[in-house]
Design a protein around this ligand. Structure first.
Ligand code: MD3
Ligand code: FE
Length: 252
């Protein structure tokens, strides 16, 4: 059992807040060095299992250059499941409450709206690791059934991030750099915008804070999914009387 990282307390005083587009907010340096170190330690543990970090396989036979491990729900193109059927079939690690709390603070700070922060209930995280050559092509995040914001936390090497538009994967787009400690929140009219990570800038991270090399990105999402009722899983004997479900939300 790991202890809860010390992720609480206010972000650094005087951090900037940049609105890239309506609903897309960048808070450079929102994570303190201590919080970044705690998150790196957590990512190291998640990377070992129950589902190990791996290059996601694509439907046409390729693999992504980015390596990913999921919490709460497992993502593979193009669906979320509880078990990593494309890796080892195991259930992914649970989504920790402290990470949801961090997500609520992120949304509250990005939108300067404590109410919106309080109502944010992420249930899945994708931890992406980029080595010097990894890239992520232009795509939309649309496998979630909820349009709640996506929270993105960057640690390690700086990357070039390309924020596009909601209609096409082409221009217009805005390029910005994401450095260690940066928070991005994408919601509202920006939630379905195309975006990409065209380049990592190797050696730009501080190994005393982030990974020895490369870039970590943690995205928090609201899948909008629920587990099937127990009687629909095949777990109950045939013909068994339906069993009352436990308190909702506690089955995982
Ligand atoms: C804009 N990850 O995991 S995070 C992804 O740095 C992903 O690893 C990138 O794109 C990374 O899907 C970018 C920033 C991000 C995440 C979700 C978005 C930007 C977004 C959803 C809508 C619009
Ligand atoms: Fe994405």
């Amino acid at each position: 059992m790991t202890t809860t990282p010390a992720l609480f307390g206010p972000p650094p005083a005087g951090y900037e807040r940049r609105e890239i587009a309506p609903g897309a907010v960048h808070l450079p340096g929102w994570l303190t060095p201590d919080r970044q170190r705690d998150l790196v330690a957590a990512c190291r543990a998640w990377a070992t299992g129950p589902v190990p970090i791996r290059h996601t396989r694509l439907p046409r036979g390729g693999v992504m250059s980015v390596q990913t491990v999921c919490l709460g729900w497992h993502w593979q193109p193009y669906a979320y499941t509880r078990t990593a059927d494309d890796v080892n079939g195991r259930r992914v690690a649970r989504f920790p409450d402290w990470l949801a709390d961090l997500g609520r603070r992120a949304v509250a700070d990005a939108y300067q709206d404590p109410g919106q922060g309080a109502g944010y209930e992420p249930d899945a995280a994708l931890v992406n690791f980029y080595d010097a050559d990894a890239r992520l092509g232009m795509h939309q995040d649309k496998d979630e059934r909820s349009l709640a914001p996506v929270v993105s936390l960057s640690i390690g090497d700086t990357c070039l991030f390309r924020f596009g538009n909601t209609r096409t994967r082409n221009r217009p787009w805005t390029d910005l750099t994401l450095a260690s400690g940066d928070l991005l929140v994408f919601g509202g009219p920006s939630r379905l915008a195309y975006h990409a990570v065209p380049k990592i800038l190797p050696g730009t991270g501080d190994p005393a804070v982030g990974p020895a090399r490369g870039r970590l990105n943690i995205t928090l999402r609201v899948t909008g999914l629920t587990d099937p009722a127990p009687e629909a899983t095949g777990a109950a004997p045939a013909g068994a009387a339906p069993v009352a479900s436990p308190e909702s939300g506690t089955r995982y």
